[in-house]
Design a protein around this ligand. Sequence first.
Ligand code: GLU
Length: 503
Amino acid sequence: MIKDIRVRFAPSPTGPLHIGGVRTALFNYLFAKKNNGTFVLRIEDTDQNRYVPGAEEYIKNALNWCGIPFDEGIEKEGKFGPYRQSERKHLYKQYADQLIKDGFAYYAFDTSEALNNHRKDHEAKGKTFIYNWHNREKLTNSLSLSKDEVTHKINSGIPYVIRFKSPQDEILHLTDEIRGDMKIDTNILDDKILFKSDGMPTYHLANIVDDHLMKITHVIRGEEWLPSLALHVLLYRSLGWDSPIFAHLPLILKPVGKGKLSKRDGDKMGFPVFPLAWTDPKTQEISSGYKEDGYLPEAVVNMLAFLGWNPGTEQELFSLEELIQEFDLKRVHKAGAKFDPEKTKWFQQQQLQKMDSDILVDQFKNILSEKNISTSLDLTTIVNTVKERAVFTMDLWELSNFYFISPTKYDEKAVKKAWKEDTSSLMHELTRILNDITDFSENNVSTTIKGWITGKEISFGRIMMPLRIALVGSLQGPDLFQIASLIGKEETIKRIENAIENN
Ligand code: GLU
């Protein structure tokens, strides 16, 4: 049993975090919380060329909006900081040196021109050039050159990189919590660069060193990193460190089920692939976000949790707390998870129904004030009446505006269907009946109107349909007696009179 569980989310700030990244963060968060562990955010910014301003801020905001904040990381310094790799630069070289000293890595002086030529030569022969055990001794590095030559080159400032010397003829056994055991023939591995000529470590070295120094116990990350697993395990071994436990999450696939969901897919297919909207600092191109499109973080989190995981029961609706309780890496599957925008809407609709009524009413009040509506109507009842059909908070307005604004137009088809020759006179009579009611409660209005209709021996539809047109403007909407009671006697009568005048 591992005592202090520590996981990390380690994005590179190369742009906005795509929902695949948020899913990785979420699974790390759930795993940490389930096990009373620590969730670390580390910014992997060793590749300065790919740095995008604003991306780091975006990552933090996205995690906070989803309600899955990190415990330790940038601006929340713990014992293992700094948490930005660019601020840890000084830490990495010693480990590359140690690997060289122990014979697990070597200096390589090949210029990019020379490497390009090798690539071209190979291509011409229908082969692929790989820097590995097969040809490393024929290239310009500290394995092929004499000690003196190497010292001379380094001392005269000739640029070099440090490459990992992948072991030859070994079958490496790898274990992954999700994928189980795997075997890799080390002869297929290339000698990856660990340290670049600009004095910066590559992702591989920095990632391993930091996971070790930050005492990370479980590495939970996307499947795209699975091909790096062998190298990472070899690096741990070569540095004399224990590997963390690995879990590679399945890919998120396009809605059609084939191909990885890409950052470009969303706006092309009409749904966001980012948690928050993002404006590209270079092109000013705007990508839509779930937040701005009206989604609740609870819905996005619920949807993401089901991309590659399920609880093993029929239950689909989960709060974050419930997800923490239920989450288990053992229930994450290997197969790619198809992204389904319609299902996301379903989660949204369901989570909206579960939302605390007071919060929803508050949000509705904001919508009303944006529309310049001041009202004394009972908003809690109105929201509770219409929310069932709402997917987004903003739908509440569409579904309930007739409570606040009396109809100015009447649905033509409905009028044709329901407004007969004698309707106006029946409606006149109805206004007199309503005027006599002192207790305008839903119940009382209902009993009085129904009693009157029954007494007249006419069908309900002859009254109810035109009354609905008068109050709502169409044949839609919730219970009529409730509407009448809520908007009150005066307004009800006024609306009926208006309808008589206009139809
Ligand atoms: N910096 C890598 C990324 O951008 C981290 C991969 C890992 O978690 O090891 O996804």
